[in-house]
Ligand binder design. Structure first.
Ligand SMILES: Nc1ncnc2c1ncn2[C@@H]1O[C@H](COP(=O)(O)OP(=O)(O)OP(=O)(O)O)[C@@H](O)[C@H]1O
Ligand SMILES: [Mg+2]
Length: 275
C-alpha cells in the first residue's frame, strides 16, 4: 500500500525487463525517514535525466525547491530564468540559503516544517572546481553540506545530490553514508559501488550489467533493489511542474500532497503495476 508520503523512484528492473510488468519502487520521504538522495554513475548514465524526474515528482506535491546546476546542463536549460535556479558560480548561493533555513529551524526562529529541498547537479565537479582556487571556501561548503545531511531530516531540509563518483573527500565526517536513498545508474563501476554500498550487497549484484537509466537503489542502508528509471512521457508537463517549484512562494499543499497528485498523473508511464 502506498502512503501519501511515498515517492516513486522508478520501476522494479527485473519485472520490467523480464515480463514488462510495471511495479513501482517507492520510498517514504516524510520527515520520519532520511530522504536525502545521492545519484551516481558515469557520464551519460542518466543522472540528470533521473534528477529531472525526481524533481518533478517531489515538486508537484510539497515544499520549496532550490536548484544548483554547476554544469549548466542542456537538460536543465528550461529552468533558466527561474528565481531559485542557481547556475555555475551561483550554485553556492542556493546552499547558503538552505543552510540558513536549517539553522533558523534548529534555533526555533523558523517554526515551519514545510519541506525545503536543494537539488545539486554535478556536486563533485563543483567542489573540485572551488578546491582548485579557494581551499578554505571549499571546506566551508563541504561542512555545510555535511551538516544538512546530518541534521536535515527532522527539520524537513533535504538534499538531492548528483555526481559521477562520490569521493569521501567531498563528504567530511563520513557524511557520504548519510543518504537514505542511494541510486547508482548505468554501467556497473565497482569503485562507485564500493563508495556507497556495503560489500555483501555488492556481491549480490554480481555481474549484472546495467544500461543508462537502470541500476541499483539502496534504501535506508538495508533494502537493495534493481531499478529502471522510466522515460518521461510528457516533457512539457514535467517542465511546467519544475518551473513552478522554482518560482512559487509556498508549498502546493502544506505538509505534502497526495501520492498521485493531479499534476503528476500522466507525467511518466503509469506507476501502478500492470498485469
Ligand atoms: N531513464 C532514461 N530513459 C530514457 N533515456 C534516458 C534515460 N536516462 C538518460 N537517458 C538519455 O541519455 C542521455 C544522457 O543522460 P544524462 O544527461 O541524464 O546523463 P548524466 O549521467 O547526467 O551524464 P553527465 O555526467 O555527462 O552529465 C539523456 O539525454 C537522455 O536522452
Ligand atoms: Mg548530467
Amino acid at each position: 500500500m502506498m502512503k501519501n508520503s511515498d515517492l516513486v523512484l522508478g520501476y522494479d528492473y527485473d519485472k520490467y525487463l523480464g515480463y514488462g510488468a510495471i511495479e513501482p519502487i517507492s520510498t517514504d520521504i516524510s520527515t520520519k525517514t532520511n530522504s536525502h538522495i545521492i545519484l551516481c554513475g558515469m557520464s551519460g548514465s542518466g543522472k540528470s535525466y533521473a534528477t529531472n524526474l525526481l524533481f518533478a515528482k517531489i515538486a508537484s506535491r510539497e515544499g520549496v525547491v532550490f536548484f544548483s546546476d554547476f554544469k549548466q546542463d542542456d537538460q536543465f536549460a528550461y529552468l533558466r530564468g527561474c528565481p531559485r535556479y542557481y547556475p555555475y558560480n551561483k550554485s553556492i548561493e542556493a546552499l547558503e540559503i538552505v543552510y540558513d533555513t536549517l539553522h533558523k529551524r534548529q534555533s526555533g526562529e523558523d517554526k515551519s516544517r514545510s519541506p525545503v529541498t536543494l537539488i545539486w547537479d554535478e556536486y563533485m565537479a563543483n567542489i573540485l572546481a572551488i578546491q582548485g582556487t579557494e581551499k578554505k571556501r571549499a571546506d566551508d561548503i563541504m561542512r555545510k553540506v555535511s551538516e544538512i545531511l546530518m541534521l536535515g531530516r527532522s527539520l524537513a531540509v533535504r538534499l538531492i545530490i548528483s555526481c559521477q563518483r562520490p569521493d569521501a573527500s567531498a563528504f567530511p565526517s563520513g557524511s557520504r553514508l548519510n543518504y537514505g536513498i542511494i541510486l547508482i545508474v548505468g554501467a556497473p563501476i565497482r569503485s562507485i559501488y564500493e563508495m556507497l554500498i556495503p560489500k555483501e550487497y555488492i556481491d549480490e549484484i554480481g555481474d549484472r550489467a546495467f544500461k543508462r537509466g537502470e541500476g541499483v537503489a539502496l534504501l535506508q542502508g538495508s533494502d537493495m533493489r534493481y531499478i529502471k528509471i522510466p522515460m518521461v512521457k510528457d516533457e512539457a508537463k514535467m517542465q511546467r511542474v519544475c518551473i513552478d517549484a522554482l518560482t512559487r512562494e509556498e508549498s502546493p499543499v502544506e505538509g505534502g500532497g497526495e501520492a498521485t497528485s493531479p499534476q503528476t498523473v500522466g507525467l511518466v508511464l503509469p506507476d501502478r503495476a500492470q498485469t
